[in-house]
Ligand binder design. Structure first.
Ligand SMILES: Nc1ncnc2c1ncn2[C@@H]1O[C@H](COP(=O)(O)OP(=O)(O)OP(=O)(O)O)[C@@H](O)[C@H]1O
Ligand SMILES: [Mg+2]
Length: 287
């Protein structure tokens, strides 16, 4: 009924009659469409005589702005799935529709643009450039994107940009480092930072691009319990602040209660999927 009313308001009709085509056209491009939709995606690797089905017919949907945890044992296909979602690896079959575009059909040039502008990555071992400072690492990521670079002069301006999901311009590297609590360490090299601080730099690097999608592969895997929790909290807060869709991959089932949506995979297939109506605050998660 609500959809009908919204639709009729939109087209200025009051008779309440809509046909299927009109409804579909209205819903296209609106919040009703999933932000990510995977349809029967698979990925095979040929290693010698053996064929490995790393991803074996995965389908799911997730909405814009959700904090999603993908959980599964070692070898389940989590990283392969993340690489497909991030345009780093091509699926062998199926459709991967992200924000209305089927990236499984993208050519190399389109994939490069997608990776550069729309996706931020956070890896288990940070992957920072060792001979660049924290600030330079973040600046490098911003320079690599072709999005219009706008100088942000004050926090209020940064907040406006950060809360507008349709205006995803790059953020100021200095501001983002401040947001992750590392202003004081901006001139330090990665080797001079703790694991948790390096992971914060890598999150700042991803956030500075202001991507639509943030993909994190075992982001707390190399960290101790407390530091791991603070990183999860930072990712969750960034998701809420910027309306970015965040996918965290982990083998740690204990963090699933903090997610909006949980996808459990095993042997390259989805074995369970559910939505947490009331996600648990990160502070209450124990493992
Ligand atoms: N490039 C590759 N060539 C051949 N096999 C591969 C390749 N990449 C991954 N695989 C295989 O695909 C399967 C899934 O691997 P993947 O790295 O996606 O698992 P994972 O769930 O991320 O595991 P982990 O928790 O250990 O990181 C594994 O059996 C792996 O050996
Ligand atoms: Mg992995």
């Amino acid at each position: 009924m609500r959809v009908l009313r919204l639709f009729n308001n939109k087209v200025g009709r009051t008779d309440g009659i809509i046909n299927y085509y009109e409804c579909a056209m209205f819903m296209k491009g609106h919040a009703f469409m999933a932000f990510i939709e995977l349809r029967d995606v698979y990925k095979t690797y040929n290693s010698g005589a053996n064929e490995v089905r790393a991803v074996d017919g995965i389908s799911f949907e997730m909405n814009k702005g959700e904090f999603v945890v993908v959980v599964g044992p070692s070898g389940a296909g989590k990283t392969t799935l993340l690489n497909i979602l991030g345009g780093m690896d091509a699926a062998s079959g199926g459709d991967a529709i992200i924000d209305g575009q089927n990236i499984a059909k993208f050519n190399r040039k389109q994939l490069t643009k997608f990776r550069r502008e729309d996706v931020g990555f956070v890896f288990q071992f940070y992957n920072l450039v060792q001979n660049l400072t924290a600030l330079e690492n973040v600046e490098l990521a911003v320079q690599a994107t072709k999005k219009k670079n706008r100088k942000i002069r004050d926090n209020a301006d940064a907040r406006i940009i950060a809360t507008n999901p349709e205006d995803r311009k790059n953020l100021s590297p200095e501001e983002v480092l401040e947001k992750v609590g590392l202003s004081e360490r901006r001139n330090n090299f990665p080797a001079q930072l703790s694991g948790g601080e390096q992971q914060r730099v890598s999150i700042a690097r991803a956030l500075a691009k202001n991507p639509k999608l943030l993909l994190c592969d075992e982001p707390t895997g190399a960290l101790d319990y407390q530091t791991g929790k603070s990183i999860l909290k930072l990712l969750w807060q960034s998701c809420r602040d910027t309306k970015m869709t965040v996918i965290v991959i982990t083998h740690n089932k204990a963090i699933t209660p903090m997610a909006d949506r949980v996808i459990r995979i095993k042997n390259g297939k989805v074995c369970e999927e559910y939505v947490n109506e009331y996600p648990v605050p990160t502070e209450e998660i124990e493992w």
